[in-house]
Design a protein around this ligand. Structure first.
Ligand SMILES: [Zn+2]
Length: 250
């Protein structure tokens, strides 16, 4: 599946005081906009970072409040995870700011067995949210102190057509690797776009329309429809992402 030689950067699990500011500095210096799938509890702890993400033109996504595996929750708990994160973002920004992109933690099983999660799908429809996965996993969380391995991994695993790249803005090695990654992508002729920009191109959904009313296009608008194989259940790299949020630290 191609994305027109375009790259969309996504960062999960923040905001984090130690690393998110540096990620934002780098993106600013390269003039690239990304999508941040934030954890609600962390958004509540670091409202200034939420403000900064928005003010610098990036997109906020919902990554649940406690970074919980939604397959283990009741429908009511799933809704709470979504609402509490939205509330934390609203509180940080001082006004209601509808978040329409959602990425589930521990994401692997959701693609393979969507029938297991009718309550999640229903909740997303009710909340008018789009589920956004990724097509290329940087594997950054697992490559602690190995920024060059992240660079190499992405150089080898990013298809010619581009894609949606998964990072974590909670990882110091991601901060170290990011400038080289961006330079390599530019040198290879990739163009940077946002997740919302890709949604717009792929499904004809205007970015503003995503905010307004995604219901009509919902069935087709999960991006990507089928991942490249990076996030099958056997891939423990994706599942282990769930271990990166301790729930109480910054
Ligand atoms: Zn996560």
């Amino acid at each position: 599946m191609g994305f027109g030689h375009q790259i969309a950067l996504t960062f999960d699990d923040g905001p984090d005081l130690a690393t998110t500011p540096s990620i934002l500095d780098i993106l600013h210096s390269y003039n690239i906009k990304a999508t941040f799938f934030v954890v609600g509890a962390r958004a509540e702890q670091h409202p200034d970072l939420i403000k900064r993400i928005v003010s610098e033109g990036h997109t906020l996504g919902n990554h649940t409040y406690y970074h919980r595996d939604l397959t283990k929750l009741t429908p009511e708990q799933v809704l709470e995870e979504l609402w509490d994160t939205q509330a934390a973002i609203d509180q940080a920004l001082g006004s209601h700011f509808q978040v329409t992109l959602f990425r589930p933690p521990c994401a692997a099983s959701y693609d393979i067995e969507p029938a297991r999660l009718p309550s999640l799908q229903e909740a997303l429809r009710e909340q008018k949210m789009y589920r956004v996965m990724w097509t290329v996993d940087s594997n950054d969380w697992a490559l602690r102190d190995q920024p060059e391995s992240i660079v190499t991994n992405l150089a080898q695993s990013t298809p010619e057509g581009g894609g949606v790249i998964l990072f974590h803005d909670t990882q110091p090695q991601t901060v170290e690797a990011l400038p080289k990654i961006l330079e390599d992508y530019r040198a290879s002729g990739f163009k940077f776009n946002s997740v919302r920009g890709l949604l717009d191109q792929k499904y004809g959904i205007e970015p503003d329309g995503i905010q307004a009313d995604p219901n009509d296009a919902y069935a087709e608008a999960t991006l990507p429809l089928k991942a490249s194989g990076n996030n099958v259940p056997e891939d423990l790299h994706s599942l282990a992402e769930c271990l990166t949020y301790s729930g109480s630290t910054s």
